[in-house]
Design a protein around this ligand. Structure first.
Ligand SMILES: [Zn+2]
Length: 122
């Protein structure tokens, strides 16, 4: 558990605005979380709370969710495709997401899509 250095966060539990330096923060594994600008931190959800009690509540809620690699991969694929509406080849998708083609195929299966609908621009 670390003091969070970023000012004026909101508690994830009660939404209270937290004074600079007073936020309690931690990270939990969450395969549905995509970091806004650092793909190496995908799946590692930051939790911010105003008190140890609220942090414990947030961690409990996050821990109740199963962590699925394939869900994280599907999220990375969605993000990559969102930037390329015309589609991407499987190879380009692998480069963009940092996933192997095998991981991409598993993620496509998991999310109920065919690999061919992901890639292969017309
Ligand atoms: Zn709170």
């Amino acid at each position: 558990m670390n003091r969070n250095p970023e000012p004026l966060e909101r508690c994830g539990q009660c939404q209270a605005l937290i004074e600079e330096g007073e936020a309690l923060g931690t990270h939990v594994p969450d395969s549905s979380y995509l970091h806004p600008h650092d793909p190496t931190r995908d799946g590692d959800r930051p939790l911010i709370a105003c008190s140890p009690e609220h942090l414990a509540e947030l961690m409990k809620a996050a821990g109740a969710r199963p962590y699925l690699d394939v869900e994280l991969w599907a999220g990375k694929i969605d993000r990559a495709l969102a930037t390329c509406p015309q589609g991407l080849s499987l190879y380009a998708l692998a480069v963009k997401t940092g996933l192997t083609q095998d991981q991409i195929e598993q993620a496509a299966l998991w999310s109920g899509r065919s690999v061919h609908s992901l890639g292969n621009p017309p």
